[in-house]
Design a binder for this molecule. Structure first.
Ligand code: UD1
Ligand code: CA
Length: 442
């Protein structure tokens, strides 16, 4: 049964942040959570995360019943890190065959398909390395082959000129039999340029034992790119977003520009959905058939009904559920509200904690006053209501079916169905009134 070790003890000094490196998000989700989710897709018997200094925050943020946590302190190298996980994987005594995959919390875009190929190549009794061919291999451990067979890995800092010229590099991701790791890791020494216990030194030990060392490669090199800086984080974010955009277009979604969409969660789209530039989707968002999202919208945990039109510059917050042909226009915010078919709020409005019927017209500048400073209250707007501009609905309040609210109304009591309700001072004109004029200086 497959076991997985995720190394996440590195401090990430180059991020220059109070947040532990592996908690920095890609697509709104911590890098380490991406790796854990990918690991889960392989259905392993166990996942062990190795965390380090300041890592309690990491553990608190991501702990789950299917994870075990090994603390590595101090951090003496990748070989030392993997060794900390062994007791938690029951790698003592007679160890049953268990291919063990080593992943990295700061290598967030590794694909499950690539890992499946590596695990398949390893079987129960081989050491399998994920390697990549790089035009510029600088900084990586190099794969040294003799007669085509992997002989060892040499780190950049320990390599001679000939070894530095090798372009096949170690991505760090590997699969080894658990029992072999338990045998090899205590034998590692730290007599090298960095004074660390290198995980990579297990390759020589495998070769010395006559164990077969095989390799597999990722389809794309970004899969194994690590994050050490904000710049690298931003680069992987763009790659990931582009991949998500490609998947949407593959499903038939029209994107005005696949490089100008941000999906931080799950975006589920029907047929013939159109998304214009600079829209951000967070949490779980559903866009039904024919929905159109115009430029610069932010939509979080919401459902947009079929043929509805959102934006430009609209914000749908959690709990928004829109039915068919609803229009939410510029500078309109909707939160925790359901809006039935053919209703429109096209300009400058706040609709919060509201149940709105069909064919309602919400005038410009309408605001539901849903918060009294202590509690939230609901507003109910029944079918066919017309709300004049600049109206405040002080919740809890109900506007009856077919009612009309005059512009500028502050509604504090229910409005009866079918009637015109308005609350504003009578308009007066003062005859003969003179505008003040500036006094002359003497
Ligand atoms: C390592 C590999 C190198 C490979 C490269 C790919 C070794 C000795 N070298 O080098 O061959 O080309 O990755 O990026 O393995 N970590 C811990 N505890 C530690 C040390 C590291 O958890 O004590 C974690 C780090 O958080 C990081 C990862 O292991 O996620 C790699 O560590 P790092 O020191 O960056 O290794 P490299 O020098 O990049
Ligand atoms: Ca590194």
């Amino acid at each position: 049964m497959l076991k997985i070790i995720i190394l996440a003890a590195g401090q990430g000094k180059r991020m220059r942040s109070a947040l532990p490196k592996v908690l920095h998000p890609i697509a709104g989700k911590p890098m380490l959570a991406h790796v854990i989710d990918t690991a889960r897709r392989l259905e392993p018997a166990k996942i062990c995360v190795v965390y380090g200094h300041g890592g309690e925050r990491v553990r608190e943020a991501l702990d789950a019943p299917d994870l075990v946590w090994a603390k590595q302190e101090p951090q003496l190298g990748t070989g030392h890190a993997v060794m900390q996980a062994l007791p938690l994987l029951n790698a003592t005594g007679a160890v049953p065959p268990a291919p063990t995959l080593v992943l990295y919390g700061d290598v967030p875009l590794i694909r499950a398909e690539t890992l499946r190929r590596l695990v398949a190549a390893a079987g129960d009794d081989k050491l399998a390395l994920l390697t990549a061919q790089l035009a510029d291999p600088h900084g990586y451990g190099r794969i040294v082959r003799v007669d085509g067979k992997v002989a060892r890995i040499v780190e950049e800092k320990d390599a001679d000129d000939a070894e530095r010229a090798i372009q096949e590099v170690n991505t760090g991701i590997l699969v080894a039999p658990l029992a072999a790791l338990a045998r090899w890791l205590p034998q590692l020494s730290n007599r090298n340029a960095q004074g660390e216990y290198y995980l990579t030194d297990i390759v020589q030990l495998a070769v010395a034992e006559g164990m077969e060392v095989v390799t597999a490669q990722p389809e794309a090199n970004w899969e194994t790119d690590g994050v050490n800086s904000k710049s690298q984080l931003a680069r992987l974010e763009r790659i990931h977003q582009r991949n998500l955009a490609e998947a949407l277009m593959e499903q038939g979604v029209t994107l005005a520009d696949p490089d100008r969409i941000d999906i931080r969660g799950e975006l589920v789209c029907g047929r013939d959905v159109f998304i214009d530039v600079n829209c951000v989707f967070e949490g779980r968002v559903e866009l039904k058939d024919g929905a159109r999202i115009l430029p610069n919208c932010v939509i979080q945990d919401a459902v947009v009904g079929p043929h509805s039109i959102i934006g430009p510059f609209a914000r749908l917050r959690p709990g928004t559920v829109l039915a068919e042909d609803v229009h939410i226009g510029n500078f309109v915010e909707v939160k925790n509200s359901t809006i039935a078919a053919h209703s429109k709020a096209n300009h400058l409005a706040y609709i919060g904690d509201t149940t709105m019927g069909s064919r309602v017209n919400v005038g410009a500048g309408t605001i539901t006053c849903n918060y009294d400073g202590a509690n939230k209250h609901r507003t109910v707007i029944e079918d066919d209501v017309f709300i004049g501009s600049d109206t405040q609905l002080v919740a809890p309040v109900t506007v009856g079916r077919g009612a009309t609210l005059g512009a500028g109304t502050t509604l504090t009591k229910d409005a009866p169905p079918g009637e015109l309700t308005l609350s504003r001072a009578k308009q007066v004109s003062v005859p003969g009134w003179k505008r003040p004029v500036k006094k002359k200086k003497d």
